[in-house]
Design a protein around this ligand. Structure first.
Ligand SMILES: Cc1cc2nc3c(=O)[nH]c(=O)nc-3n(C[C@H](O)[C@H](O)[C@H](O)COP(=O)(O)OP(=O)(O)OC[C@H]3O[C@@H](n4cnc5c(N)ncnc54)[C@H](O)[C@@H]3O)c2cc1C
Length: 386
């Protein structure tokens, strides 16, 4: 059997794209190398703007089948200093990614997509007008291939779109989920400013767990690990509890990359669509999955896809990188009396779509407050030569 579209990877980008295509009647195959449901290293914060992308029935079904924690409070802390914003409407939800991705995948299956887990994509070849996709579970034929296979995308490599992201294009984050009763937490979503260049820590309050982590530039990995260990010790009620931290990589958006050619498209992390300042990726994974589905349904081209993605994301991604650069080590924020503005900015980052822009005003405010930036050379390079 030949499929219309084969999607490699069933994270938010792949599963949501599969759902959108399958419900329009296309024959869709999704492959994932992991056995589902699978663990996924993540903060588990699904922003309000990401929830808006999802079809309404998703959130309804989520409430029935799984448990999530709605967030009404944003907290910024640095050392002993703290500022917070309480809202009547939620700014997002905290989920377990294992459950979130499982439900997205099951909705794609309900709409008619075929899902094969434990099936690893190896390479593909072009056979006349369709692709032959070679996997650990056999060979499949398909008109389109979508690489939704994350930061180390093999589809990108095999199709010649990209070998790998460079070190200086990547963020690194260390995190873990800890049972609530073991942790000192403040409720809501807490962003913690540490002495790390362009990075921060977080403490997100889930239903019966807390997700704690630290992220920053991959080049600064030693400092990130150190800061994560210190944060853990600070937040654990019993300092003797042993917590296993895991590190993962995030590709920062902000550069125009080639993310599609012929009938091969990259989405989500595989396309490098992550907000460098906030580390948010799920909104961009879902949105790029939605865009690519529309492009295929309208029989548009790889160029159309790239244009639509970059029209939506690129300006905001660039400002987001600029924000990371001008703020430098974010623990300065409280010293400069800039915390309230930043609190409002976090609210906007979580709730407003990028085309409506949340970074411009913030950067203007930073300039007025006379921040002394720390310029990481390679990030400047990425901005200038994008
Ligand atoms: C520590 C950390 C915390 C984060 N916290 C947040 C957060 O709180 N909120 C937020 O919005 N974003 C967060 N992000 C970013 C977010 O996790 C990603 O942007 C998001 O997972 C991207 O989704 P995706 O579908 O593109 O890729 P992924 O979720 O990475 O899914 C890729 C899938 O492809 C599969 N795959 C890979 N290779 C193959 C292959 N060869 N064959 C078959 N299958 C394959 C994998 O098994 C995986 O299931 C965080 C990232 C990190 C590292």
């Amino acid at each position: 059997m030949k499929y219309d579209v084969t999607i490699i990877g069933s994270g938010p980008a792949g599963a949501y794209c599969a759902r959108n295509l399958a419900e329009k009647g296309l024959k869709v195959l999704i492959l994932d190398k992991k056995k589902f449901p699978r663990e996924k290293h993540c903060g588990g914060l699904i922003s309000k703007k990401a929830l808006r992308v999802l079809k309404e029935d998703f959130v309804k079904e989520y409430g029935v089948k799984k448990r999530y924690n709605p967030i009404f409070k944003i907290i910024l802390t640095s050392g002993e200093r703290k500022t917070f914003l309480e809202k009547n409407d939620s700014v997002g939800i905290i989920v377990k990614r294992k459950e979130f991705d499982e439900l997205l995948t099951s909705q794609a299956i309900d709409k008619g997509a075929i899902f094969m887990d434990g099936c690893e994509y190896q390479f593909h070849t072009l056979n006349k007008s369709y692709y032959e996709i070679h996997t650990t579970k056999g060979t499949f034929s398909s008109d389109y291939i979508i690489g939704a296979d994350g930061v180390f995308s093999r589809v990108a490599k095999v199709s010649g779109l990209r070998q790998s992201f460079r070190n200086w294009e990547m963020g690194m984050a260390v995190s873990c989920e800890i049972p609530k009763e073991l942790v000192i937490e403040k409720g809501g979503v807490e962003f913690i400013f540490l002495k790390i260049l362009g990075g921060m820590g977080w403490c997100f309050s889930g239903t019966d767990f807390v997700n704690i982590g630290v992220g920053g530039y991959a080049l600064d990995s030693k400092k990130i690990l150190l800061a994560a260990n210190e944060l853990m010790i600070k937040r654990l009620k019993n300092k003797n509890n042993v917590i296993n931290l895991r590190a993962s990589f995030l590709p920062a958006g902000g550069r125009k990359r080639t993310i599609a050619k012929e009938k091969v498209f990259l989405v989500g992390d595989a396309a490098g669509l992550i907000d460098a300042f906030s580390g948010e990726g799920i909104y961009y994974a879902l949105t790029s999955g939605k865009i690519v589905a529309e492009v295929i349904l309208k029989n548009q081209t790889a160029t159309d896809y790239e244009e639509q993605c970059y029209r939506k994301f690129l300006n905001e991604f660039r400002l987001s990188i600029l924000m990371s650069i001008v703020l430098g080590e974010r623990n300065n924020i409280f010293k400069q009396g800039f915390d309230k503005k930043l609190l409002e900015a976090f609210d906007k980052i979580l709730t407003i779509a990028p085309k409506n822009g949340c970074y411009k005003e913030l950067i203007f405010n930073i300039a007025r407050h006379g921040f002394s930036p720390v310029f990481p050379y390679l990030w400047i390079k990425s901005l200038l030569f994008a």
